[in-house]
Design a protein around this ligand. Structure first.
Ligand SMILES: [Zn+2]
Length: 200
């Protein structure tokens, strides 16, 4: 599924649920819901995040940069810091580097938990509260949306490589897939746009 579809779904789910979550409506919370809905595809060299925010153009660059950053963090941790969360980030970066799209950590339940916990550590440092809830929500709906596609999602990675998908699926990039994603974007943004007024 495409990045813009994930972002649109993340936005509408946020608008639908923010009133019952801690922190309620806020542009920062919305931003973290959208980041959560885009982040899982960081393992794809041509994903929205990699294309526009990071200088990746192919798999080899992605592997090199993520693995180098991961090894650097583990090195800094072992020599200077010795904190568990630095180790978690380092290992996660290496796992993202070596996983091909949708084969690994960023499309698994474990990855969703690791990223949300790491984010909550950083959020405390920058005095942001509750943003991890919204990040988690965006991430969760990314996985659910990808389960609607034929490739499925390895929810139990690294313990089991089985790809989970919903009973009805479509192929990303196919005629029907593009039509459905277009409809999802229009409906999601329409819903969000209409209902967002009640927060102002
Ligand atoms: Zn994905």
């Amino acid at each position: 599924m495409k990045g813009k579809t994930h972002a649109a779904v993340g936005t509408s789910v946020f608008v639908f649920l923010c009133n019952i979550l801690p922190g309620k409506f806020g542009l920062i919370n919305l931003a973290f819901a959208i980041i959560g809905s885009l982040l899982p595809d960081i393992d794809h060299p041509k994903s929205f995040i990699n294309r526009y925010l990071l200088p990746f153009r192919n798999q080899a660059t992605k592997v090199t940069i993520f693995c180098s950053l991961g090894i650097l963090m583990l090195y800094i941790d072992s020599v200077y810091i010795n904190a568990p969360w630095i180790k978690i980030i380092g290992i996660s970066l290496i796992l993202i580097g070596v996983s091909t799209h949708r084969m690994g950590l960023t499309h698994s339940i474990l990855g969703m938990i690791i990223f949300s916990v790491v984010l909550s550590f950083f959020a405390r440092i920058y005095e942001l509260v509750y943003v991890e809830f919204y990040f988690f929500l965006g991430f969760l709906f990314h996985l659910i949306c990808d389960m609607c596609t034929k490739r499925g999602v390895p929810l139990l990675y690294p313990f089991n490589n089985k790809k989970f998908k919903l009973p009805l699926t479509f192929t990303t990039g196919s005629f029907i897939g593009n039509f459905l994603e277009g409809a999802i974007i229009v409906l999601s943004l329409g819903y969000a746009g209409y209902n967002i007024q009640r927060f102002f």
